[in-house]
Ligand binder design. Sequence first.
Ligand code: PHE
Ligand code: NA
Length: 501
Amino acid sequence: MEQRSQWGTRAGFIMAAVGSAVGLGNIWRFPYVAYENGGGAFFIPYLFALLTAGIPILIMEFTMGHKYRGSAPLSFFRMSGKKAEWIGWWGIFVAFVISTYYAVIIAWAMKYTVYSFNLRWGKDTESFLYGNVLNLAETPGQAGGFVPGVVFPLLLVWLIAFIILFAGVKRGIELANRIFIPTLVVVFLLVVIRAVTLDGAMLGLDAFFKPDLTKLLNPTVWVAAYGHIFFSLSIAFAIMITYSSYLPKKSDITNNAFITGFANSGFELLAGIGVFAALGFMATQANVAVGEVATAGVGLAFVVFPQIINEMPGFNGFFGALFFLSLVLAGLTSLVSICETYIAGISDKFNISRKKAVIIGVIISGSVSTLFATRGGLFFLDAADYFINQFGVAALGLVEVIMISWVFKKLGTFENHANSVSDIQLGAWWKICLSVVTPIVLGYMMFGLLKINLLKQHTDGDGNVIGNYEGYADSFIMAGGWSVAIFALVMAIILTLFKWK
Ligand code: PHE
Ligand code: NA
């Protein structure tokens, strides 16, 4: 048996946890989610979700990893045997799916970092992305062959992840985060400072912060806050259990959870300011309302931002490179954290060395991820992302809190464990959040999601019913959506059936 890995310092663990939490979601998802769901008023449901679900679950997962000192499935197994082990594997397979497409986005961001210097994308940034870069297939569901221009940077992303993971928890993951996270903060701050000094920045900030209090009456706003918090804090998919299993015995759990949670939110807020300042500039240049240019995800980062960079006065290529470098750094530290879930899982379950597990894990996920570097890759990525977030991360979060609080009844044990090592003492509020508040909100959310997807009630921006998610065909939703979510669950059960070596 090799000795179990450990973090070198407390700061190292926090950097790694923050590195996992701070990802593409903070930069390209949060600003738009907040804007769309009440602007300044969104901070109320957001804080509510952070304090009643985000941080309490983070504390719970840190406690589990610290107490049982194992990968997610091993920790659940040590907690309550095979009846619980599958939950850990489910998290691992959700993480596996996410890692396969997340790496592809990092690969695009790498390309765009280089493109920034000579504004390679030209005037029509949209056809540059979908045509020149992705060579996108005509219809969803067509794979249509590999796109070499994406496959090569993708291999580079996996090579970097491999090197970090292979070097170990302390000399690889911790060291990388200690370098990447401070660099990310500096680089991103430069981008934000530049953005808020652009013409029209105030217009964007106005749109971002203007509170629409009527939105608070709308349940979807609260659900949006919950959904975002889960993804943003990397909770409920095995990551934080794995990372905290490498904590030394004497580690303050509750404090670490608060620091991680607030650091992630701080970064999100910063991103909201930077992104909307830049959007305000763009709206001013184009003489339109901020709402017309505000968007999220791939469109924001790879279509709208290149346009903003085109229009920026002075050193625009340089600031463009800094923006895409931010995406690369934020993405890489998150990618490493998801890969670590299955590396730890394989190594525990089959009793193989960490190094072997890294080789096996990266080869499998790296190979699968090339499927998203095909001409149909963006469609599959979009569907997989939607389904794995709703019926992977959120569903798993619901199952996890219900099982731990009501079926296995472990909250009391966890409370004692966390309190024995932490300054801030947990009390009734913590247990009520996990056993009552979170299950009710997440349960309501899951019910709504199942309804909208099974009854095909998705709507477009104008409220017209378009059927499936994004109006995709049934066959594609089955192949690229449901089957991906179900795959994670089925694989979890299969792995649980194997014996521990
Ligand atoms: N917390 C990440 C984010 O906000 C989400 C994530 C974590 C995605 C780890 C993948 C892997 O972007
Ligand atoms: Na995040």
